[in-house]
Design a protein around this ligand. Structure first.
Ligand code: PMT
Length: 406
């Protein structure tokens, strides 16, 4: 499964470094070659000798080693790999990666790489849940870094909680999933919509909603990582453009509609945007004046075009797979089932957006996938987890011999 894959394993300094030895063994057993970079702290937990013996290669530790640099410069180290794996990834190395610090060989290699990075965090539960780590992880996800774990359980420090490094076999499974999937959508075209739309009331005011774009952007990144030529059409969002994805920035529902329709035909469309259902009926070229004692009592609205329904009803240009999201606050599955039929799409991913769920703007989501085959309930997970799971489902659905909508 991993035959001829070149893994550059960055081992940073945590007690979980002992598990990296098993990780090297498992990867090599599956046919991968493993080259290791160790931080100074990692060498306190496991020796370069053990790492070198198991990888049957040199263990690279020093940025300023004349021999290492002349044999294999740090730029080559970072480029001559198919995937970089950081295991264990301590809070310190995650902070360096998020901030672009490079003060040793490991962090320099991670900054210099043009390859994907998979990190397996390992740290005390308080360090993992600290807002600084949360912010670093979120930033790294936005840079396209993938994560395996951490898991929950008793820790070496005596505490219990989330922060344990994923087991070596789980990390290997994640690596296999990465290689198994990459390229599965090669040659395919995708459109993803994301974020809110802004509907102008006048030149300075607008109607909007709380969508952040996190879910849609994560989906565009995940589909693109599977090899699809992906267009992300997004409303105003603070999320950075995902790497490798073409992005069209729009403001209004009509602009989103026009950008999507102009890009058809594609193989798959995922409408994750929270499109405003209505917009002010009349264009207001001037700012509406506040007249004291006479508040604006009426704003005439008109319906926006339904982008999902337009894509699903595009006749010969209809994608093989059309996927919508249903943002619901009650009777979630029933409403999603009705929307699936009304909008003519193949799958509807229903999510609870009632007060307190934090789905709009938050980092997590809980999905009920509604299709003609029934309902599948996914556990609550990160939005990038939802994106990965959806991307895998799309890969299966579009694989040769499959009926896409099944
Ligand atoms: O952006 P985040 O903060 O990460 O939050 C993610 C999310 C909650 C916005 C996302 O998961 C989600 O639920 N998106 C759909 C929100 C929505 O508008 O739902 P809806 O039930 O009103 O619309 C149903 C479907 O029709 C959606 O796929 C929507 O994109 C589409 N639609 C709706 C109206 C319209 N005029 N055109 C559309 O294409």
């Amino acid at each position: 499964m991993l035959r001829n894959k070149r893994i550059l394993l960055v081992i940073s300094g945590g007690i979980a470094a002992y598990k990296s030895l098993e990780l090297i063994r498992l990867l090599r057993e599956r046919g991968a070659s493993v080259r290791c970079v160790m931080t100074e702290a990692a060498c306190e937990f496991v020796t370069p000798l053990s790492v070198s013996a198991l990888s049957e290669d040199k263990a690279y530790c020093d940025l300023f080693s004349l021999t290492d640099e002349s044999e294999m410069g740090h730029i080559r180290l970072s480029r001559e790999a198919d995937l970089l794996v950081v295991a264990p990834a301590t809070a310190n190395i995650l902070a360096k990666m998020a901030g672009g610090t490079c003060d040793d060989l490991a962090s320099t290699v991670l900054l210099a790489t043009d390859k994907d990075v998979l990190a397996a965090p390992a740290m005390n539960v308080r360090m993992w849940t600290h807002p600084a780590t949360t912010a670093n992880v979120s930033r790294l996800r936005n840079h396209g870094v993938r994560f395996a774990g951490p898991t929950e359980g008793p820790m070496a420090c005596g505490e219990f909680g989330e922060g344990r490094m994923a087991e070596p076999d789980q990390i290997v499974a994640e690596i296999e999933r990465y290689f198994g999937r990459s390229g599965l959508l090669a040659g395919r075209q995708a459109i993803v919509t994301s974020g809110p739309t802004h509907e102008a009331i006048d030149p300075v005011r607008y109607i909007a909603n709380r969508s952040s774009g996190k879910q849609g952007h994560a989906i565009a990144a995940a589909i693109s990582q599977c090899g699809a030529d992906t267009l992300l059409v997004t409303g105003p969002s603070l999320e950075p453009d995902p790497a490798g994805v073409k992005v069209v920035h729009i403001e209004s529902a009509r602009e989103m509609h026009d950008a999507c329709v102009a890009h058809l035909p594609v193989d798959v469309a995922v409408c994750a945007a929270a499109v405003a259902d209505w917009r002010p009926a009349h264009d207001q070229p001037q700012k509406i004046k506040k007249t004291s004692g006479n508040p604006l009592s009426q704003l005439e609205l008109t319906e926006n075009p339904d982008i999902l329904a337009a894509i699903a009803g595009a006749g010969e240009k209809r994608p093989k797979l059309v996927i919508g999201f249903a943002a619901e606050t009650e009777d979630i599955v029933a409403h999603a089932t009705e929307k699936l039929a009304r909008k003519g799409c193949d799958w509807m991913l229903a999510n609870d957006v009632s007060c307190g769920t934090d789905t709009f703007g938050g980092d997590f989501n809980e999905i009920h996938l509604v299709s003609k085959n029934g309902v599948e309930n996914w556990p609550a997970m990160s939005k990038s987890g939802v994106a990965d799971q959806l991307a895998s489902r799309i890969c299966n659905a579009l694989s040769p011999g499959q009926d896409a909508a099944e």
